[in-house]
Write a protein that binds this ligand. Sequence first.
Ligand code: HEC
Length: 108
Amino acid sequence: MKSGRLIWLVLAGLLGSITPARAEDGATLFAENCAACHGLDGHGQTPQGRKIHAKDLTRSQLTRGEIARQIREGSKVKTGKSVMQPFADKLSAAQIDLLVAHVLRLRK
Ligand code: HEC
């Protein structure tokens, strides 16, 4: 009896710790990693976005593959200075997929 209960407690604990990661979606990832420059709406009209000329994502013509590459590799200006940092080390492929879908949804 006792050990059966323990198993349920452990399972419930595990589920509790897994669920928040699952609940993560493209919009949340975008708010956390991208909105400082691109703005929540994708227009890039934030103080930082204006300063570095962040692209207006609602008008972007990039394909899925190009968006994914932009997120993985970021952008550098001619001087070699990074204007959008690469996210390949920070985000998983699954998170990048969610972000690509979110970026496409910003277009109207
Ligand atoms: C530090 C500011 C900054 C952050 C943070 C940032 N970006 Fe960017 N992003 C830029 C700038 C600046 C450009 C324009 C770069 C250029 O002209 O090559 C850009 C360009 C892009 C483009 C290319 C658009 C086009 O049509 O060429 C995409 C897509 C993009 N960003 C998506 C994202 C996503 C998704 C995130 C979050 C994971 C993100 N960016 C985070 C600054 C940022």
